[in-house]
Design a protein around this ligand. Sequence first.
Ligand SMILES: NC(=O)c1ccc[n+]([C@@H]2O[C@H](COP(=O)([O-])OP(=O)(O)OC[C@H]3O[C@@H](n4cnc5c(N)ncnc54)[C@H](OP(=O)(O)O)[C@@H]3O)[C@@H](O)[C@H]2O)c1
Length: 337
Amino acid sequence: MKVFEIRGDWGFDHLQLGTRPEPRPGAGQVLLRMKAASLNYRDLVVPNRGYGAFTGNLPLIPLSDGVGEVIEVGDGVTRVKAGDRVCPCFHQSWIGGAPDLERLTRTLGGPVDGTMAELMCLPADGVVKVAAHLTDEQAATLPCAALTAWSALVTYDNLGPGSRVLVQGTGGVALFALAFAKLAGCHVTVISSSDEKLARAKAMGADFGINYTSTPEWSKASREVTAGRGFDHIVELGGEKTLPQSLRAIRPGGTLSMIGVLSGSALSAPLGLVVTRQVRLQGITVGSRDGFEAMMRAIDQHKLVPVIDRVFAFEELKEAMEQLKRGAHFGKLCIRH
Ligand SMILES: NC(=O)c1ccc[n+]([C@@H]2O[C@H](COP(=O)([O-])OP(=O)(O)OC[C@H]3O[C@@H](n4cnc5c(N)ncnc54)[C@H](OP(=O)(O)O)[C@@H]3O)[C@@H](O)[C@H]2O)c1
């Protein structure tokens, strides 16, 4: 079967097309014919072994997210059947319950082989059935970015109509956070480097937009949105440069979902504010299969459609990664198998 794999050594230069023997499902496993994949910021980190020993060993098939059709099931499989369309779970060992080290370590696209393969053989417990209204590319965007936003806003918080949420940027996680916060009836502020992207976010339902390039002190600018009260929840994707602003914009007792480090990962924030405002800093690592299934039910009920910026051919993986690096996208970049 055709695959993309990092072979020989780490680095983008070692990401190449190749072939591997076709896998067969053993007991408790399913064989998927992959239909589509999607990129996450993480997929730019993996080829440089950016997660250290947790990145895995070579050769490694990249990308965590995708969708496939079940074409064969092994002995004892009852959860899914041939013909079902399913997404592989990002955390292959986290079915439900609280995270622990064992549940968090078996992640697709490093250290476990990912979705850039024609066929994938996975435990039947590690897949989730897809809502019928989604195209393959739309379904392929859900396992990491969407579930991360869902975990932050729904699993780890208790938001509702009237809650004030701030979302950073207009990438994959951010636009899912916007969509889920609107489903919950929240008032949503989006910050972006681009006025044009802010206009698009407003067309999707964002209530307020701030350009963080022209207004770097966006915590002050956002005060009017919350009538001086502060945000109930901030989806923190920037890290080093955004955290100091977030700590000034969050309400006392509010939640900062610590998800991304797009502007750096060093901690240089006024930590006194965490104490005096009783801020809850909640680290998020994607989510469990139970969370994924709950999110899929919500997506199905509301016929929610993920925002896709562009779809690339399988062979164009490196072009897709270059586009992701440039950061000009709005929503998700996908691969058609
Ligand atoms: N912890 C987890 O489970 C988890 C899961 C998924 C992703 N992540 C992390 O979350 C982050 C976003 O991932 P993604 O896949 O959504 O990335 P993405 O699609 O590449 O989105 C990047 C967007 O973030 C915005 N951005 C960049 N720098 C910013 C800054 N300083 N302040 C505010 N916004 C900024 C930009 O939006 P504009 O162009 O609008 O300015 C950019 O387009 C990454 O750090 C990723 O590693 C973590």
